[in-house]
Ligand binder design. Structure first.
Ligand SMILES: C[S@@+](CC[C@H](N)C(=O)[O-])C[C@H]1O[C@@H](n2cnc3c(N)ncnc32)[C@H](O)[C@@H]1O
Length: 238
């Protein structure tokens, strides 16, 4: 399209290879039969490792939210399905301004489709739904270097898995589990909340661990999809 801004500056193209993909090409790529098939499931996971302003992620979100609308029987089920859709989309982008635009675009698309669903089922906006949506988007769209698997200050890029638990008494709960990008790529386990990176650095520097207090292990509390925004933690006792 003529009015698409695919380049912000020659400097950014040179330094970061920043050239955005035109909508037409995004659609051609997402219309490949294997991808169309994957897009028939709400929870199929996608990751855009040099996400820019989310050329692919925003279109994936739009398509998946249309599917969520089709599969839902009422506003409540749409709200749950739409959060599941969001939790399946991940991105990494190096530049802070792009990440901000990416997060806002994802949120705006979510809100637009939520508004349509509210009208379709003559319902009311639940602010918990939009707050939880923003929590998921911010957790899934990370700023960092996908090659180094690290943030600007050298910390590991951390992603959350949003694991759906078996439905009990009609209630769908989700367990949020954090992993470093390195652990995901190398098939290692989740982050151990008992050893914050600050303490690992301390251990590395001085080599004696008995002077480092162990903090209690914590994990995110399993919660309803609409309560994700609370980000409640609990101590691990088992
Ligand atoms: C060619 S653009 C593509 C953006 C988007 N995927 C699209 O198709 O429109 C590449 C993007 O990757 C980002 N980038 C460059 N090096 C990166 C790295 N090491 N890790 C993460 N993102 C990076 C740039 O800032 C830029 O936004």
């Amino acid at each position: 399209m003529a009015d698409e801004n695919l380049i912000k500056s020659n400097k950014r193209v040179k330094e970061h290879g920043e050239v955005f993909t035109p909508k037409r090409i995004v659609n051609q790529m997402l219309n490949q039969p294997e991808l169309v098939e994957s897009l028939n499931s709400l929870s199929t996971t996608f990751m855009e490792p040099a996400a820019g302003e989310g050329a692919f992620l925003t279109e994936l979100l739009r398509r998946k939210l249309i599917l969520a609308n089709k599969l839902s029987t009422d506003l409540k089920s749409y709200e749950a399905n739409a959060e599941i859709v969001l939790s399946s989309l991940y991105g990494i982008e190096l530049l802070e301004d792009n990440v901000k635009v990416l997060v806002m675009r994802m949120y705006n698309i979510f809100s637009h489709h939520y508004f349509q669903a509210i009208q379709k089922w003559s319902g009311k906006k639940n602010p918990k739904v939009t707050s939880s949506a923003m929590t998921i988007i911010e957790a899934n769209m990370r700023q960092g270097d996908a090659l180094k698997k690290a943030t600007k200050d050298g910390r590991s890029i951390i992603f959350s898995e949003w694991k759906l638990l078996p439905v009990r008494n009609g209630v769908q709960k989700v367990q949020r589990i954090e992993y470093t990008l390195d652990a995901i790529i190398n098939d290692k386990g989740p982050l151990d909340e008992s050893v914050p990176s600050r303490k690992v650095e301390q251990l590395d520097l001085f080599g004696f661990d008995d002077e480092v207090d162990e903090e209690p292990k914590k994990r995110f509390k399993a919660c309803k999809l609409v309560d994700i925004y609370k980000e409640e933690m609990e101590e691990v006792t088992d």
